[in-house]
Each structure stands twice: as structure tokens, then as C-alpha cells.
Design a protein around this ligand. Structure first.
Ligand SMILES: [Fe+2]
Length: 347
């Protein structure tokens, strides 16, 4: 295991600051990022991975909003979750992001508890704090699709964080809600491919599904980007591996997704959902595909394994169709109430 020295990172620069990067309540400053956006042959890409922010208050506007599965989620939040996921932890993470050296942030879902419209709006304030849409990419989680919505686009306040960039000629999703996935965002020699596994489920289930239509587009995208020799980083909330999850929390079409990845390959798969660090690998056509999950960004850590952490990936172009990927773990220290490096390694 090796950790990165600060001297290995590019020099920070002051800006651009996040668009509209203040919270709705006016507190706090947005994160400021470093200038290591890359083109082929240029400096490495540093990509931060956050997940499962759960940084919202469940405040239904009336009983009607809880007249479904959401009443169970509301009870869970009242009894337990509101004492585990705390604003000051996420505040500390946002304050730490500039020190990570990351130029882009990937967020793999579960920004809310029960996906109420008021929570979606509140979470948009946190996203603005993390960074502007061109520097932050988001896929939703099962809590963000907790119950069926009558809205044409329930995630509309997050739309700019889920839009493709530089994806001409690729079979990306278009439309609202689930139909907008996969999206593709090019970052120099890398591309982020955002996949949605979030869809409403029956009470007591936290399962996910990518679905045949999205998988078909994903296969086309991964093949084309693979032919280009781009470093393909897939973002998805549910892990495509078992990752210690019960069937009640699994990705229902994980087998089909694994078979797809075995055909197309990918250089890295990043997920959330488990609220724990998880390192795994899937077979690819030429080399194993690293699959890495990150704990919740806001957990105060009553259980050590669930204490808030985020990961920072360093993705270097190492020759034609070759990349070296290493990572740093940055974790919340309850004593100092700050995040600090906990080491890292190579994938
Ligand atoms: Fe979660």
C-alpha cells in the first residue's frame, strides 16, 4: 500500500469557483478545485468518488407524501438515519476536497432518504457546494427513486450533473428520468459513463435494475470508447458484484451486466450502496476490471467500517490502451472533525 505525497500533486489554482455555490441556507463556501483537467499525453486525471450523501431532512409537506413505502423510510430516518448522516461530516468533506487534488467529482447516488421533491431540491444545494455541473457527475441511487413519482422528471434539479459532455456519435440516453442514462462525460484520456440502477421497488426492498434498454446503449458506448482507447470509468449506485449484500439489496440484473462487461471491458467500475469500502474485480476480455465501492460521505461512524470516507483516483495514460490507476482513501476523523489521508494503493 502506498500513499501519495502532497508534492506529487499538481499545484492548486484559485477557481473557477462553483456556479452559484452557496447552500440554500447561505452557509459555507463551495469547494475549489485544481487545474489538472487533461488531454492525451497531459497530466493525470484526479477523480474523487463520493456516495450515499443522505444529506437531507425528511419533511413531508403532508401525510399524502408518506402514503406509500415512504412511511417506512421516514420511520427509519426518525429512529436511526438522522443520527448517523450528519451535515457537519459532509461539510468537512467539502472543505477537504481541494486538498485531495481532484479536478472532477463522481457522486454515485443516494443523496436523499426517501426521494421527496423537497429532498431533491435540498440535495441540489449540496451538489452546488461540491462543485459546478461541469466538474461533478452524478448517478441516482435507490433512495432517490424511493417511490413512484408523478413528476415527468423527478430529478430535474440535478439534470445538469447528469448530462453528457463530448458524447457525439455515442448511444447516450436522451429524455427525462431513467431515459437520460447512460450519459458520457469525457475528461481527456478518460470518460465517465453514468448508469442508473435506481428505480422504485416494493416496501422493504432496496434492489436496483439497469434494464435491457440501458444495457444495450451501455454496450454500444463501451465498445466505441474501448475502440478509441479511452479509459472507461463506469459509475453506478448498486454494485455489479455481491459485495456482501443480501438479495433484498442486490442489483437484480447484475448477471447480465457482468456478462456485458466481460464482453466489452471497462477500466474501472465505481459504486456506492453498501456504505462500506469494497474492492473487487470482474473478468474482462483482456484484463480484470477493478470494482470499487466507497462508504457514505456523511456517516459519523458509530460503526467504524461505515465511517465517512471518499476515494481519489489518479488515472494516468501509460501507453496505447494502457492506464495506471492508483487511489487514495481520505477518511473522517471524529477527533479532529476533519478528513485526512488513510493511505491508498494501486489497482
Ligand atoms: Fe445509501
Amino acid at each position: 500500500m502506498k500513499s501519495w505525497g502532497v508534492g506529487q500533486r499538481p499545484e492548486p489554482y484559485e477557481g473557477p469557483k462553483a456556479n452559484g455555490g452557496t447552500r440554500r441556507d447561505g452557509r459555507g463556501e463551495p469547494a475549489v478545485y485544481h487545474s489538472n483537467l487533461v488531454s492525451n499525453g497531459s497530466p493525470p486525471l484526479l477523480l474523487a468518488h463520493l456516495s450515499d450523501l443522505h444529506a437531507t431532512a425528511v419533511a413531508p409537506s403532508g401525510l399524502r407524501e408518506l402514503a406509500n413505502k415512504r412511511v417506512l423510510g421516514w420511520l427509519s430516518w426518525r429512529r436511526r438515519r438522522r443520527f448517523e448522516h450528519l451535515d457537519f461530516v459532509l461539510e468537512a468533506l467539502i472543505a477537504d476536497l481541494p486538498a485531495s487534488g481532484a479536478s472532477h467529482v463522481a457522486v454515485t447516488g443516494d443523496l436523499t432518504h426517501v426521494g421527496l421533491p423537497s429532498e431533491i431540491a435540498e440535495a441540489a444545494g449540496w451538489l452546488a457546494r461540491i462543485g459546478p455541473p461541469e466538474r461533478v457527475s452524478l448517478v441516482p441511487g435507490n433512495h432517490d427513486a424511493y417511490a413512484p413519482s408523478r413528476a415527468a422528471d423527478p430529478w430535474a434539479p440535478w439534470r445538469a450533473y447528469m448530462e453528457s459532455q463530448g458524447a457525439d456519435g455515442l448511444d447516450v440516453g436522451t429524455g427525462a428520468g431513467e431515459a437520460r442514462f447512460p450519459f458520457v462525460r469525457r475528461l481527456g484520456h478518460a470518460a465517465l459513463i453514468g448508469v442508473s440502477s435506481a428505480r422504485p421497488t416494493a416496501p422493504l426492498l432496496a434492489t436496483g435494475r439497469v434494464g435491457a434498454a440501458q444495457r444495450e446503449r451501455l454496450e454500444s458506448i463501451l465498445r466505441k470508447l474501448g475502440d478509441e482507447g479511452v479509459c472507461r470509468v463506469v459509475l453506478i449506485h448498486h454494485p455489479p458484484v455481491r459485495a456482501g449484500q443480501s438479495r433484498r439489496r442486490q442489483l437484480d440484473d447484475a448477471g447480465a451486466l457482468r456478462a456485458l462487461l466481460a464482453r466489452t471491458g471497462a477500466e474501472l467500475v465505481l459504486h456506492g450502496h453498501t456504505h462500506r469500502s469494497h474492492f473487487d474485480a470482474l473478468p474482462g476480455p483482456h484484463a480484470p476490471i477493478p470494482v470499487v465501492g466507497v462508504p457514505s460521505s456523511s456517516s459519523v461512524g458509530a460503526k467504524e467500517a461505515r465511517r465517512a470516507r471518499y476515494h481519489v483516483y489518479r488515472i494516468e495514460h501509460a501507453g496505447p490502451r494502457r492506464f495506471s490507476v492508483s487511489y487514495e482513501v481520505r477518511g473522517f476523523d471524529p477527533a479532529t472533525r476533519r478528513f485526512a489521508s488513510e493511505g491508498g494503493g494501486a489497482l
